[in-house]
Design a protein around this ligand. Structure first.
Ligand code: 3PG
Length: 212
């Protein structure tokens, strides 16, 4: 898959809803009800971070939920890319990039939303053909004003800002012309998952789906 094809696919996924939930799943039993709740609430694109032992199995289970598009986050290495692809991930997300990671995603046909935080990083990815990127860590890197400033000289790159994004500041990003959607963990709080409060997560997803 070329970087241009990956960017087209990433853009389509980013346009599914204003928010891509960033999910840290500790208990595999949460995978199916969590995916069902988020999709029901209007957030079909789901990023499962590869930070827990059950993450790959969670991707397998969540991929069976009708209406969802499940991807793998926290891709750091070519081995992560292969494992995510084998688990059925439809897209990948990374906090930053290395040439080896980009090579692996392109070779394994996994559309990547690659992370960048500075104009230089954005330009390096653009040079390789990636026009849709994750602005990470968004708030720590200057937030919406920084992303707006990057958009002045480099308007052809569009972003999914992630990291410190919440219901409070999401619209600051979503109103920027270079923002397609935002990523955030706030729609799937750990306490609600532990309580099995899936109705509560449906409500959080509905609230997020109305943003923008
Ligand atoms: C992460 O690193 O977990 C993501 O960027 C999500 O960040 P958040 O928890 O601030 O939404």
């Amino acid at each position: 898959m070329t970087p241009q094809e990956a960017s087209e696919r990433a853009e389509a996924i980013c346009r599914l809803a204003p928010v891509v939930p960033v999910l840290v799943i500790d208990d595999l039993a949460h995978a199916r009800p969590l995916a069902e709740a988020l999709v029901k609430g209007g957030l079909p694109a789901l990023e499962v971070t590869l930070r827990t032992p059950v993450a790959l199995d969670a991707i397998r289970i969540m991929s069976e939920v009708a209406g969802g598009t499940v991807g793998a986050g926290t891709l750091l290495t070519p081995a992560d890319v292969r494992a995510a692809k084998a688990a059925g991930a439809k897209f990948g997300v990374s906090p930053g990039v290395t040439d080896r990671l980009l090579d692996a995603c392109e070779a394994d046909d996994l559309p990547l939303l690659p992370g960048a935080a500075t104009a230089t990083e954005v330009m390096a990815l653009l040079e390789r053909g990636y026009t849709v990127q994750k602005f990470f860590p968004a708030e720590a890197s200057g937030g919406a004003p920084a992303l707006k400033a990057i958009g002045a000289p480099i308007p052809q790159v569009r972003f999914c800002p992630t990291g410190g994004v919440s219901l409070k500041n999401a619209n600051d990003y979503l109103r920027l012309s270079n923002t397609l959607c935002v990523g955030g963990s706030w729609v799937a709080p750990k306490e609600m998952m532990l309580r099995g409060d899936w109705a509560g997560i449906v409500a959080l997803a509905q609230e997020a789906a109305r943003l923008g």
